[in-house]
Write a protein that binds this ligand. Structure first.
Ligand code: GLY
Ligand code: MN
Ligand code: MN
Length: 438
């Protein structure tokens, strides 16, 4: 039996369990539809409802519906319009794992799906809708009990999903290699971005998120969103956060480079790289991701002390929150069909939530670590003017070696980001494996 068929069986099992828990007998999951900009006839790139996409083996099926019941096979109501403005979607090959009915019009598709669903008692709808829930012919729309269970379960990837994520990583790493070479050759942010797209054979719309291609101080803007066409006269550093997708599953990878391999910034990158690897080595089932995040802060404190950016001890730099100014984001997040996958704060299938500690409001993942989860490990160490201004005014300012910090401002910062699968035995690092293989 193929991986994909097993994956579908696992989804059927999860949805049956969630439907039973939510006291619902059937659910119609909508793929969604491209929505134009305000007062416009153009739409942003289309993204399927991830609950629908999870069943589709990468096929794009705008406006299609999927009927899932607590017992029996899933049924796809596939919307295949006749159109000469756009290429109509191709009927997906779902390897016989899902029944498929083709419809040429939205009205007949919706009528058929509702008629099939109505053979069951309570019917829910999952998807985006502009119609108020009360006006829809369903007993429930996006019921929390159902979605909580499904969202919680999405953290645990099936073997099929794991393989998709390995392949997404391989594609992204090809792009990263080309981007690093373009940086070496003196290219601008724009040209590095183009080299990445070309080598990973992606368009901008294919990317899981907009590439971050940052030279010099731009590396200190966490989600830097521009691509300068000109190469700066002085080139200090290069941070690239760029991914790829395979059948909808994302890779999210960051690397940072120094233009001068013997510079102190290059040593700082090597220090952070060693800490990032050590954090991954520490991962084990049952550990809280919050503790791992806190361990990252302690390691940033060590790096600050080792490079004489602070004059106090690492313990003091951690305790006095100096590290918060240098690492203002979370250590990582769940990843899958979404770059920032759902349910990072969920601690139970019933909807229990663990919010991040007050000190770390940006932390996206607070769950206990379990086998089958895929998440990122992306510690950073940045020189962000806005945050350092605050630190300079604070009571701990005297513990910071400001002349050393000022010397790094033009480098922007460092982030090293890998995607890691948790296994019973430890971890599989998709990202390092892919870099090692190329
Ligand atoms: N690329 C966005 C992130 O690393 O979370
Ligand atoms: Mn990330
Ligand atoms: Mn990233």
């Amino acid at each position: 039996m193929s991986n994909f068929t097993d994956h579908i069986h696992e989804l059927e099992r999860r949805w049956a369990q969630a439907l039973t828990a939510a006291k619902v007998d059937a659910v119609i999951i909508a793929a969604g539809t491209p929505r134009p900009y305000f007062l416009d006839d153009q739409s942003p790139p289309y993204r399927m409802n991830p609950h629908f996409a999870q069943w589709m083996d990468g096929a794009e099926c705008p406006q299609s519906l999927l009927l899932v019941t607590a017992s029996g096979r899933a049924r796809l109501f596939f919307h295949q319009v006749e159109d000469y403005w756009h290429q109509p979607p191709v009927q997906p090959d779902l390897q016989g794992a899902i029944d498929i009915e083709v419809h040429r019009s939205e009205d007949s598709l919706m009528a058929a799906a509702i008629a099939a669903a109505r053979r069951h008692n309570r019917v829910a709808f999952v998807g985006e809708t502009e119609t108020p829930a009360d006006n829809l012919p369903f007993d429930d729309v996006n019921p929390a009990l159902l979605l909580n269970a499904i969202h919680y379960g999405r953290a645990r990837k099936t073997p099929y999903e794991v393989e998709c994520m390995r392949l997404a990583t391989t594609t992204a790493v090809r792009g990263h290699r080309a981007a690093a070479a373009a940086f070496e050759a003196g290219a601008s942010e724009y040209d590095i971005h183009q080299a990445y797209l070309r080598e990973s054979r992606q368009t901008d719309a294919d990317l899981p998120y907009s590439n971050i291609v940052a030279l010099n101080a731009h590396a200190g803007v966490l989600h830097y969103q521009h691509y300068d066409r000109e190469s700066p006269a002085r080139r200090s550093s290069f941070l690239i956060d760029a991914g790829a997708r395979h059948k909808g599953y994302a890779a999210d990878i960051t690397r940072t480079y120094a233009s001068d391999a013997s510079s102190e910034f290059a040593h700082l990158i090597a220090t952070l790289d060693a800490h990032q690897r050590a954090l991954i080595d520490a991962i084990c089932v049952g550990m809280s991701y919050v503790d791992l995040h806190e361990a990252a802060h302690r390691r940033i404190a060590e790096a600050l002390a080792e490079h004489a950016l602070v004059s106090c001890s690492p313990e003091a730099a951690f305790a006095s929150h100096i590290t918060d100014a240098f690492l203002p984001h979370g250590l990582g997040h769940l990843i899958g069909l979404q770059t920032h996958d759902v349910a990072g704060h969920m601690i139970s299938a019933e909807g229990g939530v663990r919010l991040p500690p007050r000190r770390y409001p940006a932390l996206r993942l607070t769950r206990a670590i379990e086998a089958g989860q895929v998440f990122t490990i992306e510690p950073g160490l940045y020189f962000v003017p806005m945050l350092l201004r605050e630190l300079r005014k604070s009571s701990t300012s005297a513990d910071v070696n400001w002349s050393r910090v000022d010397a790094f401002m033009d480098f922007g910062g460092i982030r090293i980001e890998d995607n890691v699968l948790v296994t019973e035995a430890g971890t599989e690092n998709f990202t390092r494996d892919a870099f090692d293989a190329t």
